[in-house]
Write a protein that binds this ligand. Structure first.
Ligand code: ATP
Length: 349
């Protein structure tokens, strides 16, 4: 099913939760809405599900307007953050509850459909258990089975992993992704966790203050962020503001940032123009690189494969990742020289 949001806005009194959101989600896509708390992810999902009406704009399913169509008639499966299972019903009854508005698809009986779904979410043998006797991950798989029971063409997942611990989250998201691609169901996933968004999605939309900042596949939004917000929200990044000083014959542009002058590639601007660019922590090298800066070490974090260094540079915090090397010790308060090459920067439009 192909979903389209056209210029969708949502006002709550004078507060704007969504500001002219336009998105197209293709049939069978795993599409993620990611952004900080309050950016409008849940409101977008509620407008798609029909729990809210947009103040302006349209939501269409396969080209058909959903205006005035109640949630139960939209054929959408929804999984929320807080499982929302009925405690007094067995696992099987909870899944069967998903069939309250429709007959099971494929001409099978209700019991057969419940069995199919428990198999799909890897919970064979759990049918008569009470939800309270299941782990968080298992409960969430029951909620997923219930949402999938009627064979929806669109699945909406609102932070379904957020109540689980990190390991379980990773496992469950792999399972969800696998089930999703097996069924080919168009899926919209909501999360504030950018690493989760990058890990599971075909494409992501980055939301900020009710607006879509960028839509793209995970690699695109990571490598080529179009706005300052996306550059700093997706993965760690160091964002610099400078001014083009000259464009030497030898190539690149010389850019002034505070007192430094650095040569950068990919700056499509003229001398005097302002330029914003970013350098990922892993693009810095210690005591090397064409463009260098000298900072004071104010923090180190051992992360296994790399060590993250926080430097104070001109009153600003920079993050630098260095490959872990047992011989290296870093002394707090010491001065470090780090650098990056001209082609290691990404210019934010
Ligand atoms: P979170 O990750 O914290 O759930 P979110 O991105 O899902 O955040 P929304 O829940 O969509 O954000 O909220 C977007 C904005 O709209 C917020 O500023 C929120 O306070 C406001 N909002 C949402 N629902 C209502 C409501 N029923 N009445 C008034 N304001 C609302």
């Amino acid at each position: 099913m192909r979903l389209e949001l056209e210029d969708v806005s949502k006002q709550y009194g004078t507060a704007t939760a969504l500001d002219s959101v336009s998105l197209t989600v293709e049939d069978g896509e795993f599409f993620t809405l990611v952004g900080p708390s309050g950016c409008g992810k849940t409101t977008t999902l509620r407008c798609i599900a029909g729990f809210e009406d947009p103040t302006t704009g349209t939501v269409t399913f396969d080209g058909e307007s959903m205006s005035g169509v109640p949630p139960e008639a939209r054929g959408v499966g929804v999984v929320f953050q807080n499982y929302a299972l009925f405690p007094h019903m067995s696992v099987g009854e909870n899944v069967a509850y998903g069939l309250r508005f429709t007959d099971p698809p494929g001409g099978v009986s209700r019991d057969e459909r419940v069995s199919e779904l428990l198999e799909l979410v890897d919970l064979v043998g759990f049918e008569s258990r009470e939800p309270d006797s299941l782990s968080g991950g298992q409960q969430q798989r029951v909620a997923l089975a219930r949402a999938l029971a009627p064979g929806p063409e669109l699945l909406l997942l609102d932070e379904p992993m957020s109540a689980l611990d990190a390991r379980l989250r990773k496992r469950l998201r792999r399972q969800v992704k696998q089930i999703q691609s097996e069924l080919g169901v168009t899926t919209i996933y909501v999360t504030h966790d950018q690493s989760e968004a990058l890990a599971v999605s075909d494409r992501v939309a980055v939301l900020n203050r009710g607006r879509v900042e960028q839509v793209g596949n995970p690699r695109e939004v990571y490598r080529r962020p179009q706005t300052r917000f996306v550059a700093s929200f997706i993965g760690e990044n160091n964002v610099f503001d400078g001014r083009v000083k000259s464009r030497p014959e030898t190539g690149g542009s010389v850019v002034e940032v505070d007192e430094e002058e650095w040569r950068l590639d990919g700056v499509e601007k003229s001398p005097g123009d302002a330029v914003t660019f970013c350098v990922r922590p892993e693009q810095f090298v210690l005591d090397g690189g064409e463009n260098q800066l000298r900072g004071t070490l104010i923090g180190t974090e051992f992360q296994g494969a790399t060590t993250r260094l926080t430097l104070d540079w001109q009153g600003r915090e920079l993050t630098v990742a260095v490959a872990d090397d047992e011989r290296t010790t870093f002394e707090h308060g010491s001065e470090l020289v780090v650098g990056f090459d001209a082609d290691a920067v990404h210019v934010v439009e």
